[in-house]
Ligand binder design. Structure first.
Ligand code: GSH
Length: 202
């Protein structure tokens, strides 16, 4: 049997929450290691032995160390294949799954990060508004995708977990989904999953 996942993060809503959400979906246990971001603990030599990039999240499990939330989620989904939380090699829809996964991990993530900066870390309403305007075409894309669909791919997958986290952050940064009803309904479905309950409140 595998040991608990040792998870290194700062707070409940950083990218570590993607790993927490997936662990809940998979019924895996987590031991939390909260780093002190203000003290720069993540940049120290000790933590860099776990994550050479000096960022969170990172995990250690059964002697294996891994960093980058999207890589961790893909690896966990692949090593718990029975839970069917990815579309796997050889399955129809695999190519499309990868496209949406990278959209969530790169395109949407990169467009969401400036909102966090200008809302929380260096508050600047004008820059927040400009960043929100740059995000909107991506939300329109996702809204079109979600018309008549429950999840982004043929079943609930780690794509939805990454997107659910992104939508949660955007809402914290005052993004209004009213123009995008299919997206708003998708966000509500994501938040209603038992594995997501209380996830961002801790
Ligand atoms: N692509 C990486 C991004 C990691 C990342 O930027 N993490 C943020 C917190 S969510 C961080 O560690 N920031 C600290 C810093 O920039 O010093 C992932 O998904 O894990």
């Amino acid at each position: 049997m595998s040991e608990s996942i040792q998870l290194y993060s700062f707070v409940s809503f950083d990218r570590g929450s993607r790993v927490r959400w997936l662990a809940n979906e998979l019924g895996l246990s987590i031991e939390e290691h909260r780093l002190d971001a203000r003290a720069g603990e993540h940049r120290g030599a000790e933590y860099r032995k776990i994550n050479p990039t000096g960022l969170v999240p990172a995990i250690v499990q059964d002697g294996v160390t891994q960093f980058d939330s999207a890589a961790i989620c893909l690896h966990l989904a692949e090593t718990h294949r029975g839970a069917q939380l990815a579309l796997f090699e050889g399955e129809p829809g695999r190519a499309e799954f990868l496209s949406w996964y990278f959209f969530a991990a790169s395109t949407l993530d990169a467009a969401t990060y400036p909102l966090m900066v200008y809302k929380m870390f260096q508050p600047d309403p004008a820059m927040l508004e400009a960043s929100t305007q740059r995000l909107m075409p991506h939300l329109a894309t996702l809204d079109r995708r979600m018309l008549g669909r429950e999840w982004v791919c043929a079943r609930f997958t780690i794509v939805d977990i990454l997107l659910g986290h992104g939508l949660e952050l955007q809402q914290r940064c005052d993004v209004n989904f009213a123009e995008y009803p299919a997206l708003a309904a998708y966000h509500a479905r994501l938040k209603a999953r038992p594995a997501a309950a209380g996830l961002f409140a801790r």
